[in-house]
Design a protein around this ligand. Structure first.
Ligand code: HEM
Length: 198
């Protein structure tokens, strides 16, 4: 089944690369001190800014492509019954898979993602990514931020939100890569993301 069109693969490659660079430079910015810098501060700022801009532009293109091609359909689901479907898939990952049970939602042309993938990709792409990008733009143009938000220093609150989202998305990426190894072979999903075929 041809499930990953070229644009998805290109976007995903750029997104994943930028993400890795953002994590490394972000950690360096967060934990650098005057005596000990992982990456020289000015370099880390510049690289973080440039990769952040590339990721944000890629994200906007992804939004448009997902809206105007059939790939967007994979991100839609009826709310009714979703909790039960997610539970079924989670139970399979935690138990059934070790008992050689059949996958409850095998990949098909109309079903690229199982319910757990679906819900996590929707949260990541339509909730966490916009927050990290918008707060990133706020930190890039700090003069635009209000002085106070909910009685807190505006810059502080936006910074906290940005770092918190960075943490959540980094955890997502680790879990995401682990789940990607659960295919017909440990590498099959990674191959799909290179040649488009499942
Ligand atoms: C080195 C890092 C990464 C690797 C190795 C990786 C690997 C993969 C693989 C193998 C797939 C295909 C299997 C599937 O559909 O679940 C996939 C799909 C996907 N990944 Fe990643 N990923 C990485 C980083 C990320 C990041 C940082 C994000 C988002 C912030 C992300 C979001 C997605 C999405 C949304 C899909 C589904 C795309 C579509 O078909 O519409 N990935 N990834």
């Amino acid at each position: 089944m041809y499930l990953y069109p070229l644009w998805v693969r290109l976007w995903h490659l750029i997104n994943a690369l930028m993400f890795l660079i953002l994590i490394v430079t972000g950690l360096s910015l967060q934990y650098s001190s005057v005596e000990y810098t992982i990456i020289p501060f000015n370099y880390a700022v510049s690289i973080h800014n440039i990769t952040g801009i590339i990721l944000a532009v890629g994200y906007v293109l992804y939004l448009f492509a997902n809206r105007f091609t059939s790939n967007g359909q994979y991100y839609q689901f009826p709310i009714k019954g979703m909790a039960g479907r997610v539970w079924k898939q989670a139970r399979y990952y935690a138990y059934g898979i070790f008992k050689n049970e059949d996958a409850p939602f095998p990949v098909a042309i109309g079903r690229k993602f199982n319910p757990l993938q679906k819900i996590s990709y929707v949260f990541v792409m339509y909730f966490f990514m916009p927050i990290i990008i918008i707060t990133g733009i706020g930190l890039f143009f700090p003069d635009l931020l209000p002085d106070k938000i909910f009685g807190m220093l505006g810059l502080h609150l936006i910074d906290l939100l940005h770092i918190f989202m960075g943490f959540i998305l980094s955890v997502f990426m680790v879990v995401h890569i682990y789940f990607c190894t659960i295919g017909s072979t440990p590498l099959s999903n990674f191959k799909s993301m290179i040649n488009g075929w499942h």
